[in-house]
Design a protein around this ligand. Structure first.
Ligand code: DXP
Ligand SMILES: NCC(=O)COP(=O)(O)O
Length: 250
């Protein structure tokens, strides 16, 4: 079963924020992506609103509810009270918790499940009580004990951080090594009852090898590389290209 594609709209919002003008429209590009067959939309409303603004969230929620009820809204963020309030207000189908410091340039590591187990158990428990699917951002290095702790928080999924893999765009041998490592982590996670998502710096070029190593990949969330391609091919054609790279017959 090919991985579902969730289009991350952060980079579209970053472009929109260059001027005090309403274009490019974040929800508008989301609509084109869903019309082209994306399974969902992902946003990461960071505390400084450097790209996705809190005001972007309800239009995306409305777009899915009103026009694409089969699609999913995935909200990513560090589980502070501000983020949890946004989750409660906009009720995404999936919440992806990341260990990002507000000053971080981007997401560049997964949780330390041993160190953060109490925080995560509390937050995941609160989110599960409200019926959310919860995914935890995880590094791709196989560590059964850490993944067991992640599962014991009550989380449904992990999202494998694929930044180092994406950085191998000019080193096929290293890409193969990291993809195999990610595959081993995914196998352990699956054996523990966790579903497996992946994201960060994924592209049309590197998705097939990742999919080969992670047979049970449930979902990929992609923004930077997809938005770059959309400047060249248009959003609709770019979504179709990424769906094919995930293994869909499009
Ligand atoms: C968690 C992750 O890797 C990305 O989804 C994240 O949203 C990237 O954040 P920026 O778009 O702010 O770099
Ligand atoms: N969770 C990864 C994501 O949503 C987008 O990451 P990127 O493709 O912008 O690197």
């Amino acid at each position: 079963m090919p991985a579902k594609l969730s289009v991350n709209l952060n980079a579209v919002a970053m472009l929109r924020n260059r001027r005090d003008l309403p274009w490019p429209s974040v929800a508008g590009l989301g609509r084109i992506a869903l019309q082209a067959g994306a399974s969902g939309l992902t946003v990461h409303p960071r505390p400084d609103q450097r790209h996705i603004r809190f005001s972007d969230l309800q239009p995306i929620r409305n777009l899915i509810d009103d026009e694409f009820p089969q699609a999913e809204f995935n909200m990513e963020g560090y589980p502070n009270e501000g983020f949890l309030e946004l989750v409660a207000r906009h009720e995404p189908e999936q919440v992806t918790l990341v260990p990002d410091d507000p000053a971080q340039a981007t997401s560049d590591h997964g949780w330390d499940f041993r160190k953060d187990r109490l925080l995560l158990a509390d937050v995941v428990g609160r989110l599960k009580k409200r019926g959310f699917r919860v995914s935890l951002f995880a590094d791709g290095v196989p560590d059964r004990e850490a993944l067991k702790i992640a599962r014991e928080t009550g989380a449904d999924r992990i999202e494998l951080y694929t930044g180092p893999y994406g950085g191998c765009h000019d080193d096929p041998e290293r890409a193969e090594r990291i993809a195999a490592e990610l595959g081993r982590t995914a196998e352990i996670a699956t054996s523990l009852g966790l579903a497996v998502n992946a994201g960060h710096d994924l592209t049309v070029a590197n998705l097939p090898l990742l999919a080969k190593h992670i047979a049970a990949l449930a979902e990929v969330s992609i923004g930077h590389g997809l938005t770059a391609d959309a400047l060249e091919y248009g959003m609709a054609e770019t979504v179709r290209r990424f769906r094919r790279a995930c293994g869909e017959a499009v």
